[in-house]
Design a protein around this ligand. Structure first.
Ligand code: ADP
Ligand code: MG
Length: 624
């Protein structure tokens, strides 16, 4: 028997194939099963136009048999088989895809069930086998042939015996090495789990012989091991089923089966899209936070299938970071994959799918917010931070997607409100959307400046999440209403009961200027406050960075240099103010002492550290 060499370029390619195209050895099984499925599909397509072929579903299946003693793994199919020429051309020339040619010859456009296209998958068998034997009988032929190869140095073809049409692929599995346990590929349990992972939705049965313990006939408690043939794959993926046929329970079971989480999902979304890119998807919004969600270890992404075959376990490009909590699967027949089918070649289709998924998740969340408020608030408690962060990211380019999905607590009953609800309730004369920041809702509610705005009858958003104020800075306004911190220096609220204030300011310009000089580098301005009722002093801020933001930034690496423009506000109706005036006129040292004390007290009220605690306490003693 003559040994034929692979074509020169094929030799090199085979080497590349075995050593570097695939990252994962176990996918050889996915490739061989996909080929078997393609071979059955081909009979199915032929039967559509050829009346002499009857396609009876029960006759078509794939069988996997492992023989530990012989160290062989056999993948058999009842598909279309290969003639001698086909064995030569499809297996003897690497990168020749008979399946791709078949699709073209038969003008199958919707033939998404046919998986093959590159003509390399078959050779992945050499990653785990030192010899591959193919015995095949083609449809319409009486003679079967055997193709055999031990890798790069060539292959042989000879006549063989085989009763039925179809193909047997027999792998002689390599011996274990230090790095690789090839024995695994002879183990029923491992094989079953590889089939489940990659080939669960191949639409023909994948059968295996499995050992089961059964009650011995004629006995009551004696068991014996019997071998039974079982179908390992689920065949029809849930996402290809009709929505009407599926119950909530089915979606929940699939969620558990896929290990998306231990919780019961809050919501599922089933998409069947027949547009520019065709795909099916099932998406879930979890009801509980994955334990590692807010850690670096958490990997977002959806499972990506191409025609029912798993391509990627976590395709990150399908989800924006802010929807990173979404779990699920996407299956498309329209993806162009790279040669190892582990990656995508073009991301145009993927981008289209990702955009649609983003819009759909947004719509579903909006519906949940509208119709099931309690459920939504529960969701928001867990994942809301992520949505706010999404607005902050990318300079607010996602604001349209997210701004109506975020909630804040408000001074009105301390309940959560949407921005829309807030704006709806605004009074005609109210210019701004007011907010106040602090560590906790209780503390915010007790701030003097909050009281002042509340007294005016305005609602205030309470920001107790670190991200809140940053988010709002990026939004800047909502429905043409600007956001305004109740702590900002230029708070534009009329103060009806203080007509004499203007005069006061004029009169005290010199005092205020001296105090500003004493505090130079610390505050930007010293002024008479329009908002203080009982407190003598208050520290507000001007411009982009608020005092709350300064606090948060100071905890971040390199954040210490970012400072708020502080304004020391004085209550001119307070007795302390008279003391200041007195000191200004009679004793410069006292003015210095008082100014520093007041400034440090204002820092304390705001929760900022005192710059020099020793000096501060000395000042107090001196005063006493
Ligand atoms: P691809 O599947 O991308 O075409 P493969 O290297 O996996 O490439 O397979 C090469 C070709 O060999 C296939 O296109 C097909 O024509 C043929 N082939 C492989 N396995 C089988 C099989 N089990 N039955 C029939 N033909 C097969
Ligand atoms: Mg293939």
């Amino acid at each position: 028997m003559e040994k034929k060499e692979f074509k020169a370029e094929s030799k090199r390619l085979l080497d590349l194939m075995i050593n570097s195209i695939y990252t994962n050895k176990e996918i050889f099984l996915r490739e061989l099963i996909s080929n078997a499925s393609d071979a059955i599909d081909k009979i199915y397509y032929k039967a559509l136009t050829d009346d002499s072929i009857i396609f009876n579903k029960n006759d078509y299946f794939i069988k996997i048999t492992a023989d530990k003693d012989a160290r062989t793994l056999k993948i058999s199919d009842t598909g279309i088989g290969m003639t001698k020429d086909e064995l030569e051309n499809n297996l003897g020339i690497i990168a020749n895809s008979g399946s791709f040619a078949f699709k073209n010859e038969n003008e199958i456009k919707d033939g998404y069930d046919i998986i093959g296209q590159f003509g390399v998958g078959f050779y992945s068998a050499f990653m785990v086998a030192n010899k591959v034997t193919v015995i095949s009988k083609a449809l319409g032929n009486d003679q079967a042939y055997k193709w055999e190869s031990e890798g790069a140095d060539g292959y042989t073809i000879e006549v063989a015996k085989k009763e039925n049409v179809g193909t047997d692929i027999i792998l002689s599995i390599k011996e274990d090495t230090e790095d690789e346990e090839y024995d695994d590929y002879l183990d029923t349990y491992t094989l079953k789990s590889i089939i489940k992972r990659y080939s669960d939705f191949i639409r023909y049965p994948i059968k295996m012989d499995v050992k089961e313990s059964k009650l011995k006939e004629g006995t009551e408690a004696e068991y014996e091991d019997v071998v039974v043939e079982k179908t390992v794959n689920s065949m029809v993926p849930i996402w290809r089923k009709n929505k009407n046929e599926l119950k909530d329970e089915d979606y929940e079971n699939f969620y558990t089966e896929k290990h998306f989480g231990f919780d019961k999902p809050l919501k599922h979304i089933h998409l069947s899209v027949d547009g520019a890119v065709r795909y099916n998807a099932i998406l879930y919004i979890p009801s509980e936070m994955p334990f590692d969600f807010y850690t670096k270890e958490y990997e977002k992404g959806l499972e990506l299938y191409s025609s029912g075959v798993l391509i990627m376990e976590k395709c990150a490009d399908l989800l924006p970071d802010y929807f990173g909590f979404v779990k699920g699967v996407v299956d498309s027949e329209d993806l162009s994959l790279n040669i190892s089918r582990e990656m995508l070649q073009h991301d145009r289709q993927l981008k289209l799918i990702a955009k649609k998924i983003r819009d759909k998740v947004k719509d579903e969340l909006a519906l949940l917010l509208k119709n099931e408020r309690e459920k939504y608030e529960k969701f928001f408690d867990i994942f809301g931070k992520q949505l706010k962060y999404g607005i902050y990211q990318e300079f607010g380019s996602n604001r349209d997607v997210l701004q109506d999905l975020i909630l804040f607590h408000s001074s009105k009953d301390m309940k959560r409100v949407t921005l829309d609800e807030y704006v709806e309730r605004m009074k005609d004369e109210q210019k701004y959307i007011y907010y106040a920041s602090g560590e906790s809702l209780d503390r915010i509610d007790k701030l003097p400046q909050v009281d002042f705005i509340k007294d005016k009858g305005h609602e205030i958003l309470y920001f107790n999440d670190e991200i809140d104020e940053f988010t709002i800075k990026v939004l800047h306004s909502y429905k043409d209403k600007e956001f305004k911190s109740v702590s900002s220096a230029d708070l534009d609220v009329d103060n009806e009961n203080n007509d004499d204030k203007e005069v006061n300011i004029e009169e005290n310009t010199n005092l205020l200027n001296s105090m500003k000089d004493l505090l130079s580098g610390k505050v930007k301005e010293v002024k008479i406050s329009k908002r203080l009722k009982n407190h003598p002093v208050y520290l507000s801020s001007e411009g982009e960075v608020s005092i709350e933001m300064e606090k948060i930034l100071s905890q971040m690496p390199n954040g210490e240099s970012v400072k708020a423009n502080k304004v020391l506000e004085l209550n001119s109706n307070h007795k302390v103010f008279d003391k200041l005036k007195d000191a200004y006129n009679n004793s410069p040292e006292k003015l210095d002492l008082y100014t520093n004390l007041l400034y440090n007290q204002a820092l304390l009220i705001e929760g900022l550290p005192i710059e020099d605690p020793v000096e501060f306490t000395n000042n107090i003693w001196e005063l006493l």
